[in-house]
Write a protein that binds this ligand. Structure first.
Ligand SMILES: [Ca+2]
Ligand SMILES: [Ca+2]
Length: 264
């Protein structure tokens, strides 16, 4: 929902006249500063613990069901920025499609078979970049990164590891024909609930597994923030009284006043 700042200000003034500061205090306490919240382990310090999930080889058909998905719990906030950290092993980066799904069901494709311009997001065609990934060198998807996910591994050889051997560990999403534009697609969604980070494999022979998925969510916990057009964007409705509610309250107060005068 969205409530204009001017509306809130006018409402504050009129209600303050009627009821003192009863409603002004909670309205004035609305949070305005972003708070950074994170789940999972930070990029670059991951220690393998042996708990990795196999990515089904050559199984990707464009559906989430054909991918290996890890669940990442979210936090209750109005999302203003999302970054995704991933740690995985694989011997052919060009096999991989990576997607993230919000609790509201929004799907964003982070990686679409690097260095392969796939005609459709359905797992067909061949072959993409041949270099590798290793779980001890996690990488990050971030809209603010300077390197495209489509270029992952393209400056190193087929037996070298992206991030470890090219020192490029941050990428902006490149959906190609997959759904979504970038991680800003999640802005203004509510962050609580389960997020999914899914990895699919589209060619036989080279295999791998996904070991860690973590989200860094920026946003406003349970509150509102100013938008570029001067309005407030809120998770929950701000408590307010409708005109009929105000009229009813006025009648009750007037009745109570008359009753007290009558008693005297
Ligand atoms: Ca591609
Ligand atoms: Ca494969």
């Amino acid at each position: 929902m969205s409530i204009s700042a001017r509306t809130i200000s006018a409402r504050q003034s009129s209600l303050a006249l009627l009821f003192g500061t009863i409603l002004v205090a909670p309205l004035a306490a609305l949070p305005t500063d972003p708070a950074k919240l994170a789940s999972g382990e930070p990029t670059g310090t991951y220690t393998p613990d042996g708990t990795c999930t196999a990515i089904p080889d050559d199984a990707y058909d464009g559906s989430l069901a054909s991918m290996a998905c890890l669940t990442v719990p979210g936090v209750d906030l109005l999302v203003t920025d999302v970054n995704v950290d991933l740690s995985l092993n694989h011997t052919w980066i060009g096999d991989l499609t990576i997607k993230v799904v919000s609790p509201q069901g929004t799907v964003v494709t982070l990686q679409s078979r690097a260095d392969f311009a796939e005609p459709a997001d359905d797992g067909t065609g061949c072959c993409g970049d041949s270099s590798d990934l290793i779980e001890t060198s996690p990488f990050t998807f971030d809209d603010d990164a300077t390197d495209s996910a489509e270029a992952m591994g393209t400056t190193i050889g087929g037996t070298e590891f992206a991030c470890q051997d090219d020192a490029i560990c941050d990428y902006f999403p490149f959906p190609d024909t997959g759904p979504g534009v970038n991680l800003a697609d999640f802005n203004d969604e509510r962050g609580n609930g389960d997020w999914l980070v899914c990895v699919g494999d589209s060619a036989t022979g080279d295999t791998g597994d996904v070991c860690l998925a973590a989200l860094t969510l920026d946003g406003i916990p349970g509150g509102c923030r100013s938008t570029s057009n001067g309005e407030l964007s809120c998770i929950d409705p701000i408590p307010s009284l409708s005109p009929s509610g105000l009229a009813l309250l006025f009648l009750i107060l007037a009745g109570a006043g008359c009753w007290m005068l009558f008693r005297r």
